[in-house]
Write a protein that binds this ligand. Structure first.
Ligand SMILES: C[S@@+](CC[C@H](N)C(=O)[O-])C[C@H]1O[C@@H](n2cnc3c(N)ncnc32)[C@H](O)[C@@H]1O
Length: 284
């Protein structure tokens, strides 16, 4: 099936305008694979015909569905486990010490896809009941994709999804098997909430002590990436902790954050007098 360069350009422009995501040339092959089910459902005679329908604006839901299909929702539990250990022992520990008086912790997982990242955070905290006893903890997961958020809220995963990254002991402790799927337990669900949110718009209300924005900024243009970093910074207190994907960095992309000099892989807001962390960082 052929797609004309013109159609690819129109679709790429629509995707970038709505999501900030750029469709790099190397990812053009994804278009066909992603849109084939929609093409069959609508009985479009060609990819070009389907793309004309999508961009015509005659059906707003159609363009939402096409954009959703083009987004990369890849995720799994404990993705980059070393980074989560670092977050737990250093980033969260620093916040725990700093918030001892209020005992309130808010975490934002931006671009959380189908929720595995959010439940990973909930498991990290739920596994250490004594450490977090008496704390009010809010973990907010957001994503542009309404479909992904619906799935995240449901917290139900296939056998394939549950096996990706999740230790068996966690699977048995935190999930119930329902026929061929695995349902996350009510105690984890009580710690989290989900909502749709576009990173191109203002952040969700309130301040977040810890923000995860992982494997989302990769396909933004430099300009959009800078804008999004600024918005994230505006939703964090001065001593907040930012965690990116394992292959991502703030260096060269924003002046709002600096690499944490004690814990590489975590980032903090650029402030005049950096605070020292309360504990030695093992993973340098
Ligand atoms: C590759 S997944 C990463 C999921 C998770 N953070 C992880 O690292 O495993 C990227 C997610 O970012 C979302 N996304 C892309 N552009 C976005 C935007 N402008 N605002 C919010 N979410 C966006 C996609 O819908 C997708 O679910």
């Amino acid at each position: 099936m052929e797609i004309s360069d013109g159609s690819v350009r129109i679709l790429a422009a629509l995707l970038e305008a709505r999501t900030g995501q750029q469709l790099a040339h190397a990812r053009h092959w994804r278009i066909e694979a992603a849109l084939r089910p929609l093409m069959a459902e609508l009985q479009a005679v060609s990819m070009d015909a389907l793309i004309s329908k999508i961009v015509s604006g005659e059906n707003a839901r159609l363009s939402d569905r096409a954009i959703d299909a083009l987004l990369n929702h890849e995720t799994f539990f404990f993705r980059d486990i070393a980074s989560f250990r670092l977050l737990d022992t250093q980033g969260l520990e620093r916040i725990r010490v700093a918030r001892e008086a209020t005992r309130r912790l808010r975490i934002w997982s931006a671009g959380c896809s189908t929720g595995q990242e959010v439940y990973t955070l909930a498991m990290l905290i739920a596994d250490q009941r004594e450490r977090w006893r008496g704390w009010s903890i809010d973990i907010v997961g957001t994503d542009l994709s309404a479909q992904a958020i619906e799935r995240a809220r449901e917290g139900r995963y296939s056998q394939f999804e549950i096996q990706r990254g999740l230790p068996v002991v966690q699977m048995l402790r935190r999930f119930d098997q329902i026929e061929r799927e695995w349902q996350v337990s009510d105690d984890l669900r009580a710690m989290v909430s989900f909502r749709t949110h576009n990173l191109l718009s203002s952040p969700p209300p309130g301040m977040f002590d810890v923000v995860l924005c992982r494997n989302v900024l990769l396909y933004f243009s430099a300009e959009v990436r800078g804008l999004v970093f600024g918005r994230i910074a505006s939703a964090m207190p001065e001593d907040g902790v930012l965690m990116l994907g394992a292959g991502e960095t703030v260096m060269g992309h924003t002046d709002h954050f600096v690499s944490d000099y004690e814990c590489r892989g975590l980032y903090r807001k650029r402030i005049h007098a950096p605070l020292r962390p309360p504990v030695e960082c093992a993973a340098r």
